[in-house]
Write a protein that binds this ligand. Structure first.
Ligand SMILES: Nc1ncnc2c1ncn2[C@@H]1O[C@H](COP(=O)(O)OP(=O)(O)OP(=O)(O)O)[C@@H](O)[C@H]1O
Ligand SMILES: [Mg+2]
Length: 215
């Protein structure tokens, strides 16, 4: 990743210096090679932490959210950011890999912490609700400057960082959401702050399991 960053930083300098096209294309090829290496590493890491959908199991979404908040707590405290969480009283479970789902939320919360750094109000609101028992919707909203309407799609492309990061967080998060049969997007038309929405299909337990739980 840092190799890609260094090459990308060098590119405008080389263009400004009028370097010949052959040198520029060598550099672009080097970026391409490092990017596909990074992509392979990410795929392997994903398999390492979670395996494929055949290893997915029932996940308690509240637990996933609490763990994600806990993992980002230190960062939030250091940046003086308040994280508030509210959830509907009855939430269905989902099916997946808890570590991968946490990774999505940790990325979203991490981005939100960065986004609100320069705001007077530094707050993140996380909300979880059931969509008629068939799906779960988790919102991560912040009090930062928000995402310009033109960027709502582009921010999910890899290496599109608006800051000092690699620009991988949202690309990986969307991939993980889709891997779980869900969706991740940034909400448009907001008056203030950004809001990212993660939908996940609910895990419908068999009727045997339900009657067992009720007894
Ligand atoms: N909550 C947010 N508010 C405003 N802009 C955001 C928010 N979240 C993401 N963005 C914008 O989207 C860009 C891409 O986010 P992404 O998480 O993919 O990359 P990154 O945070 O820059 O780097 P990385 O996650 O790889 O460390 C960010 O650089 C930022 O410009
Ligand atoms: Mg990020």
């Amino acid at each position: 990743m840092s190799a890609i960053s260094n090459y990308a930083d060098a590119l405008p300098r080389m263009l400004a210096a009028g370097e010949p096209p052959s040198r520029i294309s060598t550099l672009v090829r080097a970026i391409r090679t490092q990017a596909s290496r990074a992509s392979t590493i990410i795929t392997q890491a994903r398999e390492l932490v979670g395996g494929g959908p055949d290893t997915f199991r029932e996940c308690d979404v509240l637990q996933v959210i609490y763990s994600s908040i806990e993992m980002t707590e230190r960062l939030a405290r250091a940046a003086d950011v308040e994280i508030r969480f509210a959830a509907q009283s009855t939430l269905p479970a989902c099916r997946g890999h808890a570590g991968q789902l946490e990774q999505i939320l940790v990325n979203l919360i991490g981005n939100a912490i960065e986004a609100v750094a320069d705001s007077d109000i530094r707050a993140i609101r996380i909300h979880a609700e059931s969509l008629e028992g068939r799906a779960l919707r988790i919102r991560v909203a912040d009090s930062g400057p928000g995402v310009p309407a033109d960027d709502l799609q582009a921010i999910f492309q890899a290496f599109r960082s608006g800051g000092d990061g690699m620009g991988m967080g949202l690309a990986v998060s969307r991939q993980l959401a889709e891997y779980h049969g869900g969706q991740l997007w940034a909400e448009p038309d907001r008056e203030r702050g950004a809001c990212f929405v993660l939908d996940l299909p609910a895990y419908i337990a068999s009727s045997d399991a339900e009657s067992g739980a009720a007894s």
